[in-house]
Design a protein around this ligand. Structure first.
Ligand SMILES: Cc1ncc(COP(=O)(O)O)c(C=O)c1O
Length: 353
C-alpha cells in the first residue's frame, strides 16, 4: 500500500513514538554512511508531530515548546506554507511556493548542507492550530531542494495516511517521495494504539549494515508490533481493501468539498480549504481584508460549541473549524452534516449581534 517503494516497517504505539523513531533513524543512518555531521532536521512552523521530546521539538508550535526547554538542539523550523495567512498581497500559490522553497534552500546553505540530514512534513498540516493544504507546486519545489543537498524526506502521514486525502496516502495526493514515512491513527481506524515507520531500502540497508557491524539495533518498544494491535491493524487494512473504502472516499470527496466551498461566500468565512475528506473553514471578522476576529471572542471555539449543540463535532483550531468525517460517511450524512452546520452558523451569527 505504501505510496513509494518501501523496504521495512518498524511498529510503535503512537504517532509521537513513530516520529521519535524517525529522528533516531535519520541520525543512525548518517552515522552509518559516514556523515556524522549531517544531523539537523528541518521542520515547519505550525507543524504538529507529537509530544515526546523529539516529536515535540519537531512540532512548530510554541505551546509544545514553552517551559519544556524545547526544541532540542539540531531541530530547526522554516516557514509554514499557509497561503491565505502568509502570502504577500497578490502573490499566487505558485509564487508563494517558490519563495518558500528558495527560503528553505537559503536556510540549508546558511546551516551548511553537510549538517542538514532531513526535512519532515505533514502532506496536509492537521493539528498545528490550522489545517493547511499545501499551495500548488510546493512539494515539487521543496523536494527539488532536498534532492540537491541529499536531505532525506520524512512524510508524517499520521493524519493523512489511509484514504483521508482521497488517496491511500497524502504523499500520493501531493507527489511526495519520502525516504521515511510515519503513520498511525487510521492504521487501526483508531481502535487500538499502533503506529508505523516505513523506511526505504536505502535507509534500511545502511541501518542493517551498521547494526550488523556493531552487533545490535538498539531500538524497540516492549509493545512494538504487539499481536493484538497488529491483528486489529491487519483487519483494518483488509477492510480498506475488501470494502473499497478508498473508492468510497473518492466518490464522496467532491460532494464534501463542494459542500464546504458553499461557505466561501459567507460574510464571516475568510478561507475555505480542504482535500479528500478533510477540510476547514477559517472565520474572519472581515473576509475581504482577511481581518481575523478578536482572539478574546474565541470565534472558532464558539462556533464549534454551537455545532456540538446541533449534534455535530467540528474541531476549532484557533478560528478555523475543521471537518474530518468518518471515511464511511454516506452522501445523506454529508448533507445532514452541512444542515447541522448551517444551523450552528445561524446561532453563531446571532451571537455576534
Ligand atoms: C500529524 C501528526 N503527527 C503526529 C501526531 C502525534 O500522534 P500521537 O498523538 O499518537 O502521539 C499527531 C497527533 O495528532 C499528528 O496529527
Amino acid at each position: 500500500m505504501a505510496p513509494v517503494p518501501m523496504s521495512k516497517v518498524f511498529f510503535a504505539n503512537s504517532g509521537s513514538e513513530a516520529n521519535d523513531t524517525a529522528v533516531k533513524l535519520v541520525w543512525y543512518y548518517h552515522n552509518a554512511i559516514g556523515k556524522p555531521e549531517k544531523k539537523k532536521i528541518i521542520s515547519r512552523r505550525n507543524a504538529y508531530h507529537g509530544v515526546t521530546v523529539a516529536a515535540a521539538s519537531l512540532s512548530g508550535l510554541i505551546t509544545n515548546h514553552r517551559d519544556f526547554d524545547l526544541p532540542i538542539d539540531r531541530i530547526l523550523h522554516v516557514d509554514c506554507p499557509h497561503h491565505y495567512r502568509y502570502a504577500e498581497l497578490g502573490e499566487t500559490e505558485e509564487a508563494f511556493a517558490t519563495r518558500l522553497a528558495d527560503a528553505l534552500e537559503q536556510r540549508i546553505l546558511a546551516e551548511g548542507p553537510d549538517t542538514v540530514g532531513a526535512f519532515i512534513a505533514e502532506p496536509v498540516m492537521g493539528a498545528g492550530g490550522v489545517l493547511v493544504v499545501p499551495p500548488a507546486t510546493y512539494f515539487e519545489k521543496v523536494q527539488a531542494v532536498l534532492r540537491k543537498y541529499e536531505v532525506l524526506l520524512i512524510a508524517d502521514e499520521v493524519i493523512c495516511g489511509f484514504c483521508r486525502t482521497g488517496e491511500m496516502f497524502g504523499s500520493t495526493t501531493f507527489g511526495l517521495r519520502p525516504d521515511i514515512l510515519t503513520a498511525a491513527k487510521a492504521l487501526s481506524s483508531g481502535y487500538v494504539p499502533i503506529s508505523a515507520v516505513m523506511v526505504s531500502e536505502k535507509v534500511h540497508a545502511a541501518v542493517a549494515a551498521n547494526s550488523g557491524k556493531i552487533g545490535t539495533f538498539g531500538h524497540g518498544f516492549t509493545y512494538s508490533g504487539h499481536p493484538v494491535t497488529a491483528a486489529v491493524a491487519l483487519e483494518t487494512l483488509r477492510i480498506y481493501e475488501d470494502e473499497a473504502v478508498l473508492a468510497h472516499v473518492q466518490s464522496l470527496a467532491p460532494k464534501f468539498q463542494a459542500g464546504l466551498r458553499r461557505y466561501a461566500g459567507h460574510p464571516h468565512a475568510g478561507e475555505v480549504r480542504g482535500v479528500g475528506l478533510i477540510g476547514a473553514i477559517e472565520l474572519a471578522a472581515d473576509p475581504a481584508k482577511r481581518t481575523p476576529f478578536d482572539p478574546a471572542m474565541k470565534a472558532g471555539a464558539r462556533l464549534a460549541e454551537f455545532a456540538l449543540a446541533e449534534g455535530l463535532i467540528v474541531r476549532a483550531m484557533g478560528d478555523a473549524v475543521a471537518f474530518c468525517p468518518p471515511l464511511i460517511i454516506t452522501a445523506t450524512q454529508v448533507d445532514e452534516m452541512f444542515e447541522r452546520f448551517d444551523r450552528a452558523l445561524v446561532r453563531f451569527e446571532a451571537s455576534l449581534a
